[in-house]
Ligand binder design. Structure first.
Ligand SMILES: Nc1ncnc2c1ncn2[C@@H]1O[C@H](COP(=O)(O)OP(=O)(O)OP(=O)(O)O)[C@@H](O)[C@H]1O
Length: 323
């Protein structure tokens, strides 16, 4: 089943200096069981898109079906079938963890009898066991984030939206959270749509990544495909001084190489990512009797992809035009 299908979703806001176009006609599809990541600089329109898809904000234009329900004509149906964990989370710091979970379960219409085992199961899965009697405000950042996610899952939604789930967490807590998010898909068959500023998080977690900038989706693909598509591998070849000219000749002559630069005995270039192209490269060096001193091959990162596509490092603000 297709979990999200959006066509032409758009949202403008009235601001004191004029109209701000936050999202300009987004089309997107998310299939059942996918973990999809939404990347983009600050102000790209990610949260606005998430808020529209979760019924918290009415689109200015466009349509969408979310978890099988029409966003505009059946927002209540959408809300029943999704979980949404906002950036700051929604748990009350003055409440006890167990009560907060029970309250959420009751809000979704679960009886007390049904809520007990459901909460115990979630607490176990999300590593909250033993924290039920603690005050929410006393939890660590990682525990608090897991509680936010448990609150979003208490009604067992088939689709969960997470807005920047690991912001502010230390590396250990992030890794644990990633395992929990994978578990949502693998054990609970949930579909996960998350936004993040961490490219390594998108790389590690997501089956597919959408990169958004200035209110539009620039590109969508799997993490590996994105890396292949944009830059190719960065190769650094070191040779003996007498081999530099010949080696440069070989590199320039191959159809799979580009951006060749020579500094001293080192030749740097980009090469298509395939084991075949590296084999051809090594054979070509061999045929001209060049014996490399060293070769280093660096796969592109999602940072390279992001920089190429948006012209900015991840986390640097975009300017949204006033329309
Ligand atoms: N209520 C609002 N009124 C006016 N402008 C708004 C409103 N909400 C969002 N915007 C503007 O819309 C644009 C997109 O904002 P949005 O929060 O969706 O971006 P984002 O990609 O989620 O950013 P971040 O990564 O910083 O969370 C920004 O320029 C923002 O200032």
């Amino acid at each position: 089943m297709t979990m999200i299908e959006a066509h032409g979703l758009a949202r403008t806001f009235q601001a004191p200096h004029g109209e701000v176009t936050a999202v300009r006609g987004v089309d997107l599809t998310v299939e059942d069981g996918e973990i999809v990541g939404f990347l983009g600089p600050n102000g790209a329109g990610k949260t606005t898109t998430l808020r529209m898809l979760t019924t918290l904000l009415r689109p200015t234009a466009g349509t969408a079906r979310v978890a099988g329900c029409d966003l505009l004509t059946d927002p209540v149906g959408v809300r029943r079938r999704i979980g949404y964990v906002a950036q700051g989370g929604g748990a009350n710091p003055a409440e006890v963890v167990g009560n907060e979970l029970l309250l959420q379960a009751r809000l979704y219409g679960l009886s007390k009898a049904a809520a007990g085992p459901r909460i115990a199961d979630l607490a176990e899965r999300l590593g909250l066991g033993g924290l039920e009697s603690r005050l929410v405000g006393s939890l660590s950042g990682g525990q608090r984030r897991r509680l936010d996610i448990a609150l979003g899952l208490v009604h067992r939604p088939p689709l969960i939206f997470l807005d920047e789930p690991s912001t502010g967490l230390d590396p250990t807590s992030r890794n644990q959270l990633w395992d929990h998010i994978r578990g949502l898909r693998d054990e609970l068959n949930a579909t996960v749509f998350l936004s993040t500023h961490y490219l390594d998080e998108a790389d590690a977690l997501c089956d597919r990544i959408l990169i958004m900038d200035q209110g539009a989706i620039l590109v969508e693909d799997g993490p590996e495909e994105l890396k292949n598509r944009v830059s190719g591998d960065a190769v650094t070849l070191e040779v003996s001084p007498e081999d530099v000219r010949t080696a440069e000749d070989v590199v320039v002559g191959l159809p799979t190489t580009r951006d060749v630069a020579v500094t001293g005995n080192t030749i740097r270039f980009r090469a298509d990512h395939s084991s075949r192209s590296m084999v051809e490269f090594m054979r070509a060096l061999d045929a001209r009797a060049v014996d490399p001193v060293s070769i280093q091959i660096d796969r592109p990162t999602l940072d390279d992809v992001f920089l190429t596509l948006t012209g900015r490092q991840a986390g640097v603000a975009a300017s949204v035009d006033a329309a």
